[in-house]
Write a protein that binds this ligand. Structure first.
Ligand SMILES: O=C(O)COP(=O)(O)O
Ligand SMILES: [Mg+2]
Length: 225
């Protein structure tokens, strides 16, 4: 039996242009154990992905701030501190960088994300004054509570699914996956991963992006034979 699988979205299920590679649908739909979609994106994104994959709903969003297993929703903390940071950042003359309609933060409940083309130093300073951190995923700067992570959330989600977190395999590409890699039994960074994910992973795939996910899934399935 294959192990339960935790997969990141951006940089792992996608190609270099950000599109989900259609081969990923086959891999995740055919996976014979639970699949947890674990992302830094806002909650609707992984929920929609699980919905259109027609797989069981087991998702982690906002880098662990929000998780859902079936109908069991857990929200860790709230957005108030991160919102104060975003407001102070705006007061200093910076915008969050998402244009007129900010769909990145519209449904975000526990953190605020800022575009990576915006200045990082003032954001860090304001976050630290609130006791928060800024995590650079390679896709956005996330202003979040330091004790929230995909790793902590996966421990909790694994428990709710009836597994020990060490039974899981995980695949990801960036700093926000590193805590998850430390929790699981076996972890794979795709070849395009950042130094934090590469350093934390047990294995690194030869291929990048979704090609790396397909390669990792094959390796994980082989190990379980
Ligand atoms: O939202 C981000 O910045 C990155 O998203 P990911 O965790 O799915 O890669
Ligand atoms: Mg990613």
């Amino acid at each position: 039996m294959v192990p339960p699988l935790a997969v990141d979205i951006d940089g792992t299920l996608t190609d270099g242009a950000g599109a989900i590679d259609p081969r990923v649908f086959d891999v995740l739909q055919a996976w014979a154990s639970p699949v947890v979609v674990a992302t830094g994106k806002a909650f609707p994104y992984p929920v929609a992905l699980a919905h259109f994959l027609a797989i069981e709903r087991a998702v982690i969003a906002e880098n662990g701030g929000v998780s859902l297993v079936g109908d069991d929703l857990v929200v860790h903390g709230d957005r108030a501190g991160a919102q104060r940071v975003a407001d102070a950042y705006r007061d200093e003359g910076y915008d969050l960088g998402w244009g007129g309609i900010d769909l990145t933060n519209r449904w975000r409940e526990t953190e605020v994300a800022v575009s990576r083309d915006r200045p990082l130093a003032p954001l860090r300073r304001l976050a630290e004054a609130e006791g928060l951190e800024v995590v650079d995923t390679g896709y956005a700067y996330h202003v979040k509570a330091p004790d929230i992570s995909k790793g902590r959330a996966l421990r909790d989600v694994a428990d709710r699914l009836g597994y020990d977190v060490t039974a899981f395999a995980a695949v990801g590409d960036s700093r926000n996956d590193a805590h998850m890699f430390e929790e699981v039994g076996v972890s794979y960074a795709v070849a395009n991963a950042d130094e934090h994910a590469l350093g934390a992973a047990d294995h690194v795939t030869e291929a990048s992006y979704a090609d790396g996910l397909v390669e990792a899934a094959e390796a994980i399935a082989e190990r379980s034979e």
